[in-house]
Design a protein around this ligand. Structure first.
Ligand code: ATP
Length: 228
């Protein structure tokens, strides 16, 4: 697998004529989308409900496969990469509804993806402590998610997404459940993390504020990119 810190001129992610047909109802969610995302870029994907934003994010993250076309990660087709390794090591996912495990503490949630790595328990624990500090949540390390505010839950989910030091963060409506103050804080956190870690960030959003905070906006309509 390629070195995530190897900065070449090739885009970190590239979609080539991606189409996605969902079999039930034969919905054409994507109808030939091509786009490139450079290393370290922050891209917001916007467009009306149902235009294919989440589908595109899932294809980029290897959570689903295109019906036609191909996604490339640093020039290599995803079809040629080990899908589990790609999702576990190269990509971090952030979701609107956090998807934290309620039976685990905040710091334990951050460690979940680390079980895919050869790190020792001590290494996992110390990396999780570092991450929980970076997202400003060390004082809540032992709290279960149900005892955290929604903004705090998203901070923990972001730390978890970074657990395996991915080079790309894919976020689907990361502020969709947050009020405007929490939204601003999460946007600031994501931007700080992008800069400090050289992360590439692709965010699907309905929020004009989130789109305005990104370096570039990709606009979709009816399964197509109409502006990039
Ligand atoms: N698993 C699925 N099976 C069938 N159709 C699907 C599936 N997932 C999505 N779709 C359909 O594909 C189209 C694109 O959906 P997608 O979730 O990508 O849009 P979106 O732009 O992210 O929408 P929203 O902003 O409402 O989240 C929609 O018509 C949706 O109903």
């Amino acid at each position: 697998m390629s070195d995530p810190h190897d900065h070449t001129d090739a885009p970190v992610l590239r979609g080539e004529r991606l189409s996605k047909l969902y079999p039930d109802g034969e919905v054409a969610a994507l109808r030939g989308v091509s786009l490139q995302v450079a290393a370290g870029e922050s891209v917001a994907v916007v467009g009306p409900s149902g235009c294919g934003k989440t589908t595109l994010l899932h294809l980029l993250g290897g959570l689903d496969r295109p019906t036609e076309g191909e996604v490339f990660f640093r020039g290599t087709p995803l079809a040629k990469l080990d899908g589990d390794q790609y999702r576990a090591r190269e990509i971090g996912f952030v979701f609107q509804s956090f998807h934290l495990l309620t039976t685990l503490s905040a710091v334990e949630n951050i460690q979940i993806p680390m079980f895919e790595t050869p790190w020792t328990p001590r290494e996992r624990a110390s990396r999780a402590e570092e991450l929980i500090k970076q997202v400003g949540m060390a004082h809540r390390r032992n709290h279960r998610p149900t005892r955290l505010s929604v903004g705090e839950r998203q901070r923990i989910a972001i730390a978890r997404a970074l657990a395996n030091e991915p080079s790309v963060l894919l976020a689907d409506e990361p502020t969709g459940n947050l009020d405007s103050r929490n939204q601003d804080e999460i946007l600031r956190l994501l931007e700080d993390l992008r800069r400090s870690r050289g992360l590439t960030l692709v965010t699907v959003t309905h929020s004009a504020e989130v789109a305005a905070a990104a370096g570039r906006v990709v606009r979709m309509r009816d399964g197509l990119v109409v502006e990039t």
